[in-house]
Design a protein around this ligand. Structure first.
Ligand code: SAH
Length: 233
């Protein structure tokens, strides 16, 4: 696979250009030259082989080959999660991107530790782009605005609503056949409070279990993404 770069805007014709960090990476780190072949993607599911035609003043001009369109996964999975802190957060985003999760909602819950801020969300978005470059995905995992759990429950979500809970019923039978849209809420290290669980059930969420061990937030999120990714469609 050619080295992949992110185009923040979809190209209108058969040329495109990279600037900013992406261009610096091509020119300085990869030491690319005119004539070299790379690949670019627009984050909306499209990618192109591209030949570098010019490298000048922080800008890389490209001639694009034929566009490829990535098919949508059979099940669109939204993971709403009380994010862990620091490096664990970064790791979670990388893995959920690799596993094809459609979107992520950072949740604030009663027992949350990491406060979702705009800067933190921006870091998550950068993590998504890096993971897409590495794993070959062309449609970005969408990072939604951070939300209080109880506010999120009140939103009109299309799709099957699940709450990850060690005391729930087993995940796989609960979602067979796997529907087109699935939302799953994953709690903080301290778990959801009984009031939060009751509010979720009243909002139509089914409690589902991933086995008898108590999993870390990111393990629970990854397990759901992998199971649904394998059984969708
Ligand atoms: N202290 C909490 C566990 C929190 S683990 C307790 O004892 O309940 C963090 C989150 O991961 C949980 O809120 C839950 O959403 C999810 N989780 C962890 N283990 C799970 C399991 N075996 N099945 C389903 N969800 C799980």
């Amino acid at each position: 696979m050619s080295q992949r770069y992110f185009l923040p805007q979809s190209p209108a014709g058969t040329t495109a250009c990279l600037d900013g960090d992406e261009a610096r990476h091509v020119a300085r780190v990869m030491r690319a030259r005119p004539g070299d072949q790379i690949a670019v993607f627009d984050g909306a599911g499209h990618s192109w082989p591209a030949v570098i035609t010019r490298i000048e003043r922080g800008q890389i001009d490209l001639e694009l080959g034929p566009m490829a369109t990535e098919s949508e996964p059979p099940c669109r999975l939204t993971v709403a999660v009380a994010l862990p802190k620091g490096d664990r957060q970064k790791w979670l985003i990388e893995k959920l991107t690799e596993l094809g999760v459609a979107s992520l909602v950072p949740l604030t819950t009663t027992r949350s530790v990491a406060q979702p801020t705009t800067a933190a969300n921006e870091r998550l978005r950068r993590g998504v782009i890096e993971a897409c470059k590495q794993c070959g995905r062309s449609r970005l995992l969408e990072i939604k605005a951070a939300c209080r759990f109880t506010d999120w429950l009140a939103e009109p979500h299309p799709g099957t609503r699940l709450l990850a809970d060690p005391a729930g019923s087993p995940l796989l039978p609960a979602i067979r056949p796997v529907p087109r849209d699935v939302l799953i809420a994953i709690g903080p290290e301290g778990g959801f409070t009984p009031e939060e669980v009751t509010a979720a059930e009243q909002a139509g969420f089914t409690r589902v279990s991933l086995g008898s061990s108590i999993l870390r937030i990111e393990t629970a999120a990854l397990a759901v993404a992998a199971i649904i990714g394998q059984h969708g469609g």
